[in-house]
Design a protein around this ligand. Sequence first.
Ligand code: SF4
Length: 357
Amino acid sequence: MTDPESVVEVADLKKQFSADDDLFNRLFGWGEPKTVKAVDGVSLDIREGEALGIAGESGCGKTTLGETLLGLTEPTAGTVRFEGEDVTDRLRTDPELRTKLQIIQQDPYQSINPRFTVFNWIKEPLDVHNIGTEAEREERVLETLELAGLRPAEAFASEYPSELSGGERQRVGIARAIVLNPSFVVADEPTSMLDVSVRAGVLDLLNRLQREMGLAVMYISHDISLLKHTCDRIAIMYLGKVVEQGPATEVINDPKHPYTQALVSSTPIVDPDESRTPIEIEGEVPDPVNLDPGCRFAPRCPAAMPECREGEPRLYDVGEQRARCILYDEELMADASPEVPPEMVSDGMKTPGNRAD
Ligand code: SF4
């Protein structure tokens, strides 16, 4: 049964790319096909008026996930439901559906055509989808500029991108994304190219639009501290898999998965009364074409044990969070003796020191 409030629901979504660099293998099908599982079995949902953050290192699959949900690339397997309807096969082709799914680009300097005025740039999607009369479109553009905080709208409408600051350009990008009145917006690192002084203003704007328009927003960012203040829930990805998900404050204040713990421990602390022991993650992210069996984080995990390499861990419920780590498997841990570094011990984790038996 579909949750009536879910705008987007994803079930077991997969996106694979060919990584075969040998021409003969590709042409004649020689040898084992090499694939990168950029998104590998992701299930999640985003509700009306909710912000979901997707975080993880570069190459974890977060941007591919966003592109797949927007129909910019075709999923290899799995389903995408939009407002309760299975739209997996229509994501790339249904023009009406595409008006409901929008993106806010990372780079406001490259993403706006410099030959367009602000007015024409924001009006273009209305023209392409043939929405309203000319007068209605013009009115809608001016309203949208106001909504995006570009006031007075008439003055900004006649400007060219080169006449705008980075923050103003990003507001133009936001205005173009919302002019079609979408239900779902992907914001891909929306402030990473902006001056620190204007980032908060752009995030406040996105938060306000999310609330006032009932938008479901998916933030993609490597900056986990940004997601803490912006998102209701967070999902952490590692090598194509969601390894932890839950309410934003819980995931940041009490991360359960060893990878999330290391990510959080390396973020700067703003409060001088707080302290944190940084957890070093040694080694590089493994080659995604040749992954060993078992937990994908095992080659770098300070708490890894032989059982971690026996099979892909499932997601375990740990309070309001879910973590893909066998340290939360009570049955398995009753027989194992994990040596977990003390800074990584968390509620619900089964270590020799906190077992009930
Ligand atoms: Fe580390 Fe094992 Fe948990 Fe993977 S399953 S995160 S290797 S402890």
